[in-house]
Design a protein around this ligand. Structure first.
Ligand code: COA
Length: 259
């Protein structure tokens, strides 16, 4: 598929996806959401991709939200379809067995904050700002933001951010546990690559299993402990498990293949 609003870079198994609408602070129009969904599917299927980094073009915006210019005139039903489509794409990021790291290089507002939250890890540059400002528009978050912000930082602060629409700084986001690290802008991608390299040296099977088991904690009607048992059990059939345990016993570094 041709991509209009995304840029790609694949190096050493690390795929960087850049949302590229800098003149709109990388706001997510419908096409961009669709393209992100497609890019994740393709990255999942591509054996060369081990870890994914999602970032925004330029130094000012990660993603400044859903594209507000597409909102006017939508009916209730169309609004619901918009939210469902966005939620499905962001869920596909969350459920991706390959780790997805958000490199938050600027404004992460509304759908941008939701996109970052759907990723498994978040690294922010010092100038990044987070927020769910939808109430300013007479709206609420629709791409999973009311749910994931509570999961990540708890109801007390999540309520405050959704009800006031206030933005918070990267440092505040770090304090709240919304991001893993805050670094100077120039170090943002290098730090994400460093983390990606560390994860890349582990068993892809085990990494995918850990993601699935942890996601089960939040899945409705799913017993997370049971999911952990299943994922744990599955590891025993993998080549990676044999390689990891043999390497430990033979006092050498494991060479995981993801099989
Ligand atoms: N949807 C559509 N366009 C957006 C956008 C969005 N969510 N966020 C920014 N843009 C556009 C602006 O309209 C502007 O376009 P223009 O130059 O054609 O007028 C361009 O991006 C640059 O934004 P601008 O507002 O001029 O930059 P700023 O530095 O003054 O302000 C923000 C930055 C992020 C504070 C401001 O753009 C903003 O509040 N954006 C909306 C955030 C939001 O409500 N997101 C949730 C949407 S549900």
């Amino acid at each position: 598929m041709e991509f209009k609003n995304l840029l790609f870079g694949l190096s050493n198994g690390i795929l960087t996806i850049t949302v590229n609408r800098p003149d709109k602070l990388n706001a997510l129009n419908k096409l961009t959401v669709q393209e992100i969904g497609q890019a994740i599917q393709e990255a999942k299927a591509n054996p060369e991709v081990k870890v994914i980094i999602i970032t925004g073009s330029g130094v000012k915006g990660f993603v400044a939200g859903a594209d507000i210019s597409e909102f006017l005139g939508l009916s209730v039903e169309q609004g619901k379809v918009l939210a469902k489509t966005g939620q499905d794409v962001f869920k596909s990021i969350e459920d991706c067995p390959k780790p997805v790291i958000a490199a938050v290089n600027g404004f992460a507002l509304g759908g941008g904050c939701e996109l970052a939250m759907a990723c498994h890890l978040r690294v922010a540059s010092e100038n990044a700002k987070f927020g769910q400002p939808e109430v300013n528009l007479g709206l609420i978050a629709g791409y999973g933001g009311t749910q994931r912000l509570i999961q990540l930082i708890g109801k007390t602060k999540a309520m405050e951010l959704h009800l006031t629409g206030d933005m918070i700084t990267a440092e505040q986001a770090l304090f709240l546990g919304l991001v893993n690290y805050v670094v100077p802008q120039a170090e943002l991608i290098p730090r994400c690559i460093e983390i990606a390299e560390r994860i890349k040296s582990k068993s892809p099977k085990a990494v995918g299993g850990a993601i699935a088991a942890m996601n089960a904690y939040f899945a409705e009607g799913v017993d997370g402990y049971k999911a952990e048992i299943d994922e744990f059990g599955k590891c025993f059939s993998s080549e990676d498990f044999k390689e990891g345990t043999s390497a430990f016993l033979e006092k050498r570094k494991p060479n995981f293949t993801g099989k």
